[in-house]
Design a protein around this ligand. Structure first.
Ligand code: TXA
Ligand code: MG
Length: 332
């Protein structure tokens, strides 16, 4: 099978109606979608992605009306949804019975978000049912931020990829657990920052454990310590400009190692140097990160050196993905 890449929401709906998962654009990353109520199509998502069955899926809803159908929505959850949706915030709550065990990996809770991307919303509307969607990549591969990335990773096993252009945020949604109302907990850093949530809630919030083992369903089962890693050895450092081109740093500066800067360095770039944001904008760093890492990984360098973002805000989400991707973390 070779996937068709197209721009037709109708075509995506046609495939979903015959039981085929389709790749759809969201504002975070591309998702691989199936209707909430079609267990067979959802099962196919797990097998096409080679995803362990203990890693539950996010349910994508249009808004509050379908939110209350899938989860026990507390006043706090409603307030968060009203403020941050549609957008890249996923809320974890006790599930309702319409959500099958295959979606939640047998847990009594469900993760729900309302995507912003218009094409994705159009497909939910036309299907008349929420869609479950993990990122449209094979297990432990990088989350795709363009239709072409989806095609490279999964084009051989999919029927249809709906092309909505590059994703605005480029990092997966923030996950906030409200399972214990007294202790809202960030399970995954993302585009909605912990600081934004704390300002809205008027209190500090916890951060859940990020290093979990690949065994039982756990607090946030998808948060494996190793998430995505390039094939090329990746070194994470605190600031590339601390490394100066002298013999003691020849491993960083050899012709065959790539260097990825957050912002333009105060020097001419060489053929093996890359910049994530020419406008010194961390949001742009986030949106380019996965695409640039993937591109540089294919260029067959012997190593890749990348620098950490300043802590706080979206920097936390960037550093979270970088520390999971890095083989060697020299920034600690
Ligand atoms: O931005 C996103 O969230 C994208 C787009 C497509 O919406 N989706 C995404 O899905 O990143 P995925 O499957 O790659 O990551 C979902 C994460 C996993 O870490 C999973 O363990 C966690 O959500 N999750 C799902 N249900 C959960 C639950 N009931 N409790 C805790 N974590 C849950
Ligand atoms: Mg994923």
């Amino acid at each position: 099978m070779v996937a068709v890449v197209g721009k037709s929401a109708e075509e995506a709906v046609r495939w979903l109606k015959v039981g085929e998962p389709v790749a759809l654009p969201t504002e975070t990353v591309y998702g691989l979608a199936a209707p909430l109520t079609c267990v067979n199509t959802i099962q196919k998502i797990y097998s096409l992605k080679q995803r362990p069955a203990n890693n539950p899926l996010i349910v994508h809803v249009l808004g509050l009306e379908d939110f209350v159908q899938v989860a026990e929505v507390s006043p706090l959850a409603r307030a968060l949804a009203e403020n941050f949706w549609p957008g890249p915030l996923t809320l974890v709550l006790p599930k309702k019975s319409i959500v099958s065990d295959i979606v939640t990996a047998g847990q009594a809770t469900v993760a729900v978000r309302s995507p912003q991307a218009l094409l994705f919303r159009e497909v939910i509307k036309k299907m008349g049912v929420p869609l479950v969607a993990p990122s449209a990549n094979k297990f432990q591969h990088v989350s795709p931020t363009t239709a072409q990335h989806v095609f490279q990773d999964m084009g051989d096993v999919l029927s249809y990829i709906l092309d909505g252009g590059p994703c605005t945020f480029g990092l997966e949604s923030t996950i906030l657990s409200l399972v214990d109302e007294n202790e809202p907990t960030v399970l995954r850093f993302g585009p909605i920052t912990k600081e934004q949530l704390e300002t809205f809630l008027g209190r500090s919030i916890k951060v859940g454990s990020h290093s979990v083992e690949n065994k039982e369903p756990h607090l946030s089962p998808g948060l494996y310590k190793k998430h995505y890693s390039p094939k090329t050895p990746l070194y994470l450092v605190s600031d590339l400009s601390h490394y100066i081109p002298e013999p003691k740093f020849s491993h960083v500066f050899c012709e065959n190692s790539a260097r990825i800067y957050l912002f333009p360095p105060k020097k001419e770039l060489t053929h093996n140097e890359f910049v994530l944001s020419y406008t010194n904008d961390l949001k742009e760093v986030a949106s380019h990160l996965f695409g640039v890492l993937q591109k540089v990984d294919l260029m067959k360098f012997s190593s890749i050196w990348i620098e950490k973002a300043p802590a706080g805000g979206i920097g936390n989400a960037i550093n979270d993905r970088l520390s999971r991707a890095a083989h060697f973390n020299l920034s600690l």
